[in-house]
Ligand binder design. Sequence first.
Ligand SMILES: [Fe+2]
Length: 289
Amino acid sequence: MIVEDQAGVTFAVEAAMARTPDPRLREIMGALVRHAHAFVREVRLTEDEFEAGLDFLVGIGQATTSTKNEVVLACDVLGVSTLVGLLNNPMGPDHTAAALLGPFWRKNAPACGLGDSIARADTPGVPLLVSGQVRDRSGAPIVGAKVDVWQASPVGLYENQDPDQPDMNLRGLFTADEQGAFHFRSVRPAGYPVPTDGPVGLLLSAQQRHPYRPAHLHFMVTAPGYKTLVTQVFADDSENLDSDVTFGVIHSLLGRFETEDGPDGPRCSLVYDLVLEPGESRIPAAPIP
Ligand SMILES: [Fe+2]
């Protein structure tokens, strides 16, 4: 098809893609082109702006390394990652809501006994005791469920970002007991900024947005016959709950962080139950080794 004017470009591209044998690829690319062309027309994109957009895309690729994925980060701060997660993991009244896996989960976290501390060295911070029950939607305990937990340190860094923390610090894999219960010790996590040394940081700055996530714990819970639950539990007294840079906070994922005075200063506890849906137990690909 020979293009006669700007309006004809969209028809020409759709026609060129119409023979795509894979129906899902045809649907996705057709919608992508229609929306992208409509976007260009709506904002009347200038050539300079087009070049700036291309530079951004090239930049997020070039800023991606084995320890940082700037492309995922860009999707996160634009809300796309959370939208995909919520569409594919609908919230319901009778199971724990899902949240993003995030970029910091590692496979093969150390297996721990119930009650162990996941602070593998002398990690300064407010002591935290976490407990809960893994159960199904009927309330029955899921005996032997695997509870994989990981978190940032009290200075807001995951161990693989921080040379001062030992390998696998603040990560652990627990097995729920005969009542589906689990408990472990840790230190209270801090909120943290997403990386701002790349194109995404420049974008946030241009939009006058802060780069912070509120304090949270990550959980991945698996058991045969149940859909793997990947979620985050947020400290209900954390800063930035209503302005998480990745839009990940859901009301039902706020956990009550109770603080009290202990013999050695303040200490904190969290009780949070994790309710699984029936489904396929699968382990996602790890974003980092
Ligand atoms: Fe996190």
